[in-house]
Design a binder for this molecule. Structure first.
Ligand code: ZN
Length: 430
């Protein structure tokens, strides 16, 4: 299958962040050619118009199957939120997890996400949904101590079995997750690290999300959570620490030294009143930092562009400096930084010959984005564009959003509505 993007604005996100009018040729899932001029090809499909093409966006943290729980745990602090979600999780079945995942994936595609990192149990069900939708995913099976889990079987064993069964699939990277210090012993942390290393995959975990988490943990005499994870030798490359609202400078340095990436989830942190992650300090210390939407229960949207906008605004107002996290950095966070966090820098995150064809095409004539040109396209994307400006999304060379529509989305929404009805009494409405 050959697709030619012809005479469009190409925002490459390559090393020198080149932006030019030109063409991109996609063939067999790869970006075959990128040119400032025209490309001589015989494509099946031509996409041409007042468009900007960017690398597909990368969402570093979500719990996609929770998408049917919108409006379920609003306006409460994190401990109460977790109590509600753990109760709901215990009542879930494969069918409603699948329906929730399909809905969340459709929503993510709408905002130009082509790769997401998921954090949940039942990742085998979510894998089926991701494969069906044709999105790239890094699915990390949630582990925690057995006494706290609602999963059937042993979480660490479940994670390893899942990884073994899903390795080598073209669009799925199976990984492992740890819920957090409040439900995981040192043994669980180190075993999760061992599993990730054994299979050369990603390990992700919630870290220092709330003040309460940090203080309660410190009361046990083991120091602060991040400090403790460093002390037990847990920190390493191929890890994504999520949230990190409460880190001391020395802890930021420890993450940087060990090559840990951070997934910043500003909207979820704001909505739960958890805190503000010191992202500009992290960037200063050289931590590779990307962005996650977190789930539809705590955010309640999976729109990564909106999330990038919030990330920028929040650092600026928090630290009284409008120069913090400029538009280009925000775009980097949802493209190249996301790819680096996943160890996929050579595969995705920019528009360069030889990379996988994960792309998002914006309509420059959409009122939210116009008037747009080469000079203002980067702030245009992160500060101005709404989801309505997303015209096409291509994953691995296949068109997954066409003229702003995900194929079969009516059925996806219907299945999600049916799944939600299985949780009567939980929701205020419906
Ligand atoms: Zn989370």
């Amino acid at each position: 299958m050959k697709i030619l993007l012809k005479d469009v604005l190409v925002v490459t996100q390559n090393q020198s962040r080149e932006i030019f009018h030109g063409s991109v040729l996609i063939e067999d899932g790869f970006i075959r050619e990128v040119s400032e001029g025209s490309i001589d090809a015989n494509p099946e499909t031509v996409i041409s118009g007042k468009y900007a093409v960017l690398p597909g966006f990368i969402n570093l943290h979500t719990h996609v199957a929770m998408s049917i729980f919108k409006g379920m745990g609003d306006d409460v602090p994190l401990d109460k939120f977790l109590e509600i979600t753990f109760t709901l999780d215990a009542r879930r079945d494969a069918e409603d997890i699948h329906a929730g995942a399909m809905l969340g994936i459709a929503e993510m595609l709408h905002s130009g996400i082509t790769t997401f990192v998921d954090f949940y149990y039942s990742e085998d069900v979510i894998a089926r949904a991701a494969e069906k939708a044709g999105i790239r995913s890094v699915l990390c099976w949630c582990t925690l101590d057995e006494e706290f889990t609602t999963q059937r079987g042993k979480p660490l064993q479940n994670a390893e079995t899942f990884i073994r069964e899903h390795r080598g699939k073209p669009l799925i990277i199976p990984g492992v997750a740890v819920q957090g210090v409040y439900v995981a012993s040192d043994e669980t942390w180190l075993k999760a690290r061992e599993i990730a290393e054994k299979y050369g995959t990603v390990c992700t975990y919630h870290l220092a999300e709330t003040k309460k988490e940090v203080y309660e943990f410190a009361k046990t005499g083991r120091g602060r959570p991040c400090e403790h994870l460093e002390k037990i030798g847990f920190l390493s490359q191929n890890q994504i620490a999520v949230h990190c609202c409460y880190l001391l400078r020395k802890e930021i340095k420890a993450l940087a030294k060990n090559g840990v990436s951070v997934a910043h989830c500003p909207a979820s942190n704001m909505k739960l009143a958890s805190g503000v992650a010191p992202v500009s300090a992290m960037v200063e210390e050289g931590i590779n930092t990307g962005i996650g939407t977190d789930s539809n229960a705590s955010n309640n949207t999976l729109d990564i562009v909106r999330e990038a906008r919030i990330a920028g605004l929040l650092q600026k107002v928090m630290f009284g400096n409008p120069a913090l996290l400029p538009a280009q950095t925000l775009l980097d966070m949802i493209t190249v930084n996301g790819a680096a966090a996943l160890g996929m820098k050579n595969k995705i995150g920019s528009i360069e010959t030889g990379k996988r064809a994960d792309l998002v095409v914006f309509n420059l004539e959409h009122p939210s984005l116009a008037p747009a040109d080469r000079g203002n396209i980067v702030p245009g994307i992160v500060y101005s564009a709404s989801q309505g400006a997303v015209e096409y999304v291509i994953v691995d060379g296949e068109i997954r959003v066409e003229h702003g529509r995900v194929n079969g989305e009516e059925k996806i929404v219907e299945a999600a509505e049916n799944a939600r009805r299985k949780f009567p009494g939980v929701f205020k409405s419906g």
